[in-house]
Design a protein around this ligand. Structure first.
Ligand code: B12
Length: 212
């Protein structure tokens, strides 16, 4: 039986091979992908973040632990995105300018796809202008802005302002998320909604388009 605490610790140690092997074993043992995430990979990353904050870990540790999770996520993707043909609509997502964190965004993408959304991913460090260009060219119902750094949260606000200036704000609903963000902040910057994790992102997206 796979112990998900061992998986968390593999992430904490930045043991890419062990994290991959334990994720594979957990899937083969029939554990749901969501549980592997919530009880294995995410708590591991949380501990890495705490150690970083305490000055025990430095950037290289963040990098290897992030890499361990990125590789494990590839194994989870088929299970997380199971859900058939896209029928909810089109969702545009990206990490805001100045920010290169993408693990959380990628989990949100998997959950959205698993819940019937067609998702276009602009990647990381996406400028307000790039978001505007994509919104203007595509027929998206929702734009999702991810921000993991307190320092880059204002760039989510700038993106919403840029959409307004370009006359595109009414064309799309805007959702925001990322560890330091809150529903209050979302309301303050004029977003339509906030979600705290992948499952709630999928639920809130459905609500925003009246398909919940
Ligand atoms: C891994 C990691 C990295 C990796 C990222 C790898 C990658 N490919 O993403 C690397 C090494 C690149 C990195 C770099 C840095 N990091 Co870093 N990093 C982390 C760490 C440990 C985990 C982040 C993570 O993936 N969490 C797990 C995922 C699942 O959670 P999540 O991202 O929050 O996403 C969930 C929700 O928020 C939500 N969500 C996310 N996005 C969206 C979007 C939408 C639309 C919606 C609806 C929902 C949603 O759903 C997700 C799924 O459940 C965190 C610590 C932590 N506790 O978060 C620090 C952390 C975020 N990093 C931090 C810092 C300071 C940095 C650096 C500045 C360090 C440095 N000195 O250089 C750089 C910044 C680089 C840059 N310009 O962006 C700080 C940020 C502090 C702050 N509040 O500003 C943290 C909190 C660490 C700490 N405790 O101090 N980091």
């Amino acid at each position: 039986m796979v112990n998900l605490e061992d998986l968390s610790q593999a992430v904490v140690k930045g043991d890419v091979e062990a994290a991959f092997a334990l994720t594979k074993a957990a899937l083969e043992a029939g554990l749901p992908a969501g549980e592997i995430l919530d009880r294995g990979l995410i708590p591991g990353l949380k501990e890495v973040g705490d150690l970083f904050e305490e000055g025990e870990y430095y950037l290289p540790e963040l990098i290897v632990s992030g890499d361990a999770v990125a590789q494990a996520l590839e194994l989870l993707e088929p299970a997380l995105r199971q859900g058939g043909e896209p029928h909810m609509g089109k969702y545009l997502i990206g990490t805001v300018q100045g920010d290169i964190h993408d693990l959380g965004k990628n989990i949100v993408i998997m959950m959205l796809k698993g819940n019937g959304w067609e998702v276009t991913d602009l990647g990381v460090d996406v400028s307000p202008e790039e978001f505007c260009a994509a919104v203007s060219e595509g027929d998206f119902q929702i734009v999702g802005l991810s921000s993991l750094l307190t320092m880059t949260m204002p760039n989510a606000a700038r993106t919403i302002e840029a959409l307004k200036k370009a006359g595109l704000r009414e064309k799309v609903k805007v959702m925001v998320g990322g560890a330091p963000t809150t529903p209050e902040w979302a309301a303050q910057i004029g977003a339509d909604a906030h979600a705290k994790d992948g499952p709630s992102a999928a639920r809130v997206a459905a609500e925003l388009v009246g398909k919940s």
